[in-house]
Write a protein that binds this ligand. Structure first.
Ligand code: SUG
Length: 445
């Protein structure tokens, strides 16, 4: 067995709701205040993961984080019992309450940046949790992500770093702004880091640029990457202004193929030349560029064509795009996919997957997974309870049926019972995933 690219999907947490918390993320903004369906959401995500596991890909899961984060409310000045803290926040700071209730850790592409051992100076697999400092609700995630990754990727083969310093200079959103190209997953690759701004510039864009060049460089340094095999590319201002709050909203790549929208990069020609130069001697990159006149950027963003998983499926000679159903429902992207697969390019199949609950918050199939290239020895060292087998899948579905609500509105966040239900669910989950009975903060109090 050679190295494989595993997908670790974020399990959607029991408090999944539409808080409208992400400025610059069109879907989050559009659905602010709508009722969510947490149980349907978690089952959609698990089904997507299980389908890929059944097709022969290595598939893992990442746990949700504790929400509501009452510890954060305490740091913001609330006191008393947890129920009192929540009640007071519901009355005097309802927006803050929404922030500490967000199930945003489900978007595992933002959990960390991952460099496979084939790329790093010390031969270990490196993971740096994202600090996600641009949005309040996501800035809470980094330390808990570090804890989760340390319980899943255990032992000397893995280096789990702390998140970068939580400051605007190092604004980091993890793998959503990182693409790795290579000839084979287990061989050396080219790591492409895409940033929206440099720390020193005055940002005048319509929406925030969530990733800095400085953050990308810090991660590349910490992981011990070969500078010759790293490329730092500036995201297109037009793409950010149109709602591409992460590069993975307009670009995805795997093996030698980079699939991207014409407006994804500020200097497309320079970007392609830099990737070609970094790949010299390893492989010839294959660029699949989708022109604006075939798929307008607004359609790319509303359909999430590029927020798809680009996968080498066992036994297939061309790649498969695991795309959201919204791509099939949008005429321009549907037509593009038909033309693309009937041609002889590297992407031969498009599979449409229903993750609508996550999509309504701006999270497509690619947002929900963190890719981790694992050698056979590394795969052996991963906490086995976090790898999706038939048994774990059935146990997780049963768990979700038992613990999740059918619907949740933003008003329901004031209900103290929701905190208790979430804690019961998460407590049970630590048993299922072998995370230990001290994994969540509420379990340690
Ligand atoms: O960071 N949405 C997430 C979506 C993340 C998608 N991830 C990738 N593209 N990789 C975000 O904007 C919305 C939460 C709310 O509004 O309730 C939210 O956080």
């Amino acid at each position: 067995m050679t190295a494989v690219e595993a997908n670790f999907d974020g399990i959607i947490g029991p408090t999944h709701n539409y808080g409208g918390l992400s400025f610059g993320n069109m879907a989050s903004d559009r659905n602010r205040g709508a009722a969510s369906a947490p149980r349907a959401a978690v089952l959609e995500g698990l089904k997507k993961a299980k389908t890929l596991a059944d097709a022969g890909l290595l598939q893992g899961v990442l746990p949700p984080q504790e929400r509501p984060d009452t510890g954060f409310l305490r740091r913001a000045g609330f006191s008393g019992s947890d129920a009192q803290v929540l009640e007071a926040a519901a009355k005097s700071a309802p927006v803050l309450l929404r922030n500490v209730y967000s199930a945003s850790p489900m978007w595992a592409a933002n959990a960390a940046t991952v460099s496979p051992s084939a790329d790093t100076a010390d031969g270990r697999l490196h993971l740096t949790p994202a600090n996600l400092i641009t949005t309040l609700h996501r800035s809470i995630e980094g330390p808990a992500t570090e804890r989760a990754l340390s319980r899943i990727f255990t032992g000397d083969r893995f280096a789990v770093h702390p998140p970068l310093p939580p400051q605007s200079t190092f604004a980091d959103e993890g793998a959503a702004n990182h693409v790795r190209l290579c000839a084979q997953h287990g061989g050396p690759g080219v790591e492409i880091f895409v940033y929206g701004r440099e720390a020193s510039e005055t940002w005048t864009g319509r929406f925030p640029a969530r990733q800095t060049r400085e953050a990308c460089e810090a991660v590349a340094r910490a992981h011990g990457l070969d500078p010759k095999r790293c490329v730092f590319i500036r995201q297109g201002q037009a793409a950010i202004d149109a709602g591409a709050f992460h590069n993975d909203v307009v670009c995805v790549g795997t093996l030698t193929t980079l699939f991207f929208h014409e407006l994804a990069f500020e200097d497309k020609t320079g970007a392609m030349a830099a990737i070609r130069a970094a790949a010299e001697g390893l492989f010839e990159p294959v660029f699949v560029e989708v022109p604006e006149n075939e798929v307008p950027i607004a359609d790319a963003i509303s359909s999430y064509l590029f927020n798809s998983q680009l996968l080498a499926m066992p036994g297939a000679d061309r790649l498969m795009l695991n795309a959201p159903v919204e791509t099939e429902e949008t005429p321009s992207t549907q037509a593009y996919c038909c033309r693309m697969t009937s041609g002889n390019g590297p992407i031969g199949t498009v599979n449409y997957v229903d993750v609508r609950q996550s999509m309504r918050n701006g999270g497509g199939p690619a947002c929900l997974r963190l890719r981790v290239v694992l050698t056979p020895e590394e795969a052996q060292a991963v906490n086995p309870a976090c790898l999706l087998t038939d048994e774990i899948y059935s146990a997780l579905c049963k768990w979700a049926e038992q613990h999740y609500r059918d619907t949740l509105s933003v008003e329901d966040l004031a209900d103290p019972a929701l905190m208790q239900e979430s804690r019961q669910a998460l407590d049970a989950l630590t048993g299922l995933l072998g995370l230990g009975s001290d994994f969540y903060p509420f379990q340690r109090r």
